[in-house]
Design a protein around this ligand. Structure first.
Ligand SMILES: *Cc1c(COP(=O)(O)O)cnc(C)c1O
Length: 357
């Protein structure tokens, strides 16, 4: 495996106080960088000072969006070591995203080694207060200087690190969501099942519209019939009707969330009925009015579990569990975060421990 060059900066930044962390606003001292050329493939993995980079105005990623990203987290365990959650699974999904937009794939072990090195260098950026984490953002963008539409011949990969505050510093706060029945996020056969910037640009207008009306998030329906549940904001969605948890299947327009997968595996281990099947907004609203809709929550790396308190669809509202956090939502949040912080045994092999010396 290629050696990872480390160029340490001398002007280390102060780490912000825990109550000032927020999400994605502060960045650590260093970043991992790697380049791709046709001749050399992915090469020159290095840790260097975090900072601005120079790009050419004709750089392809700016014009045609040939770019991908990932989002994962590292946690400070009680013994001071760092727990990295499902990193290889995130890198496998990164490669899947790469294939879909003609970006050359990475060697999983090589990129994993690069991330590990970066975390060793910037280990003091992993916060230790309860509920905090280090958010890890790997991304790749096309760097050819060219205005024709074709896959780029050169790319840059970076991994940047951002310490993040507790998502639920004031406790769980169930969100109010609006069902979007005009705009769609993604279509089957398109790029909705990968993490590529265009999907998020496509989602902004609906999110702004929902926020103007006083809602926190958008519930996305399928693009063909505007009928079937797809995702909520940038999270996967799960509903509990009577005793069964239902989540839409990975049909090609839904992002295959790692938290979704973790949640399904945990529910199965608890013998809670969980099915992956299409569920329509009419069924959900009906369950809301007849009292069988017990819980609803989003799953994603940032929030882990995000309980939904109410849904607004056309002229109707469904209030879920009186707007309170459901028992199962709470239990899942507690379980996943306990595995992440190392207070619960990692029976699934989801954690890589980075020993801090
Ligand atoms: C990242 C993401 C998710 C959640 O995936 P996780 O791996 O659980 O973080 C869900 N939907 C969209 C659109 C996403 O971008």
């Amino acid at each position: 495996m290629a050696n990872i060059d480390v160029k340490l900066r001398k002007d280390l930044k102060p780490v912000p106080a825990v109550d000032k962390l927020g999400f994605g606003v502060h960045f650590s001292d260093h970043m991992l960088v790697m380049d791709y050329t046709l001749e050399k493939g992915w090469h020159d993995a290095r840790v260097e000072a975090y900072g601005p980079i120079q790009i050419d105005p004709s750089m392809m990623a700016l014009h045609y969006g040939q770019a991908i990203f990932e989002g994962m987290k590292a946690f400070r365990a009680a013994d001071g070591n760092i727990n990295l959650f499902r990193a290889r699974d995130h890198f496998r999904r990164f490669n899947k995203s790469a294939r879909r937009v003609c970006i050359p794939e990475l060697d999983i072990e090589e990129i994993f080694a690069g991330l590990k090195k970066l975390l060793e260098v910037d280990h003091h950026w992993v916060p230790s207060a309860h509920g905090t984490a280090l958010y890890i953002r790997p991304f790749i963008f096309a760097t050819d200087q060219f205005l024709g539409v074709r896959p780029s011949h050169t790319y840059k990969l970076m991994i940047i690190l951002s310490p993040v505050g507790a998502y639920y510093a004031e406790g769980f706060n169930p969100v109010k969501i609006m069902v979007e029945d005009e705009y769609v996020r993604a279509v089957r056969g398109g790029i909705g099942e990968i993490k590529t910037p265009g999907n998020y640009a496509a989602s902004l207008l609906a999110a702004v519209k929902a926020q103007k009306k006083g809602f926190t998030q958008v519930l996305w329906l399928d693009a063909h019939e505007l009928k079937w549940l797809e995702e909520v904001g940038t999270m996967n969605i799960m509903v509990k009707i009577d005793d069964e948890v239902i989540t839409p299947p990975l049909n090609g327009s839904i992002l295959p969330g790692i938290t979704r997968d973790s949640t399904i595996k945990i529910l199965k281990s608890w013998n809670v009925p969980i099915v992956e099947k299409q569920i329509s907004i009419q069924e959900v609203m009906q369950a809301g009015s007849d009292g069988s809709l017990k819980e609803m929550f989003g799953t994603g790396t940032a929030a882990v579990i995000s309980p939904v308190g109410s849904i607004h669809y056309k002229e109707n509202d469904a209030i879920i569990n009186n707007g309170n956090v459901g028992e199962l939502s709470q239990k899942l949040f507690d379980e996943i975060t306990a595995i992440q912080f190392g207070t619960k045994e990692d029976v699934n092999g989801w954690i890589d421990t980075i020993v801090v010396k």
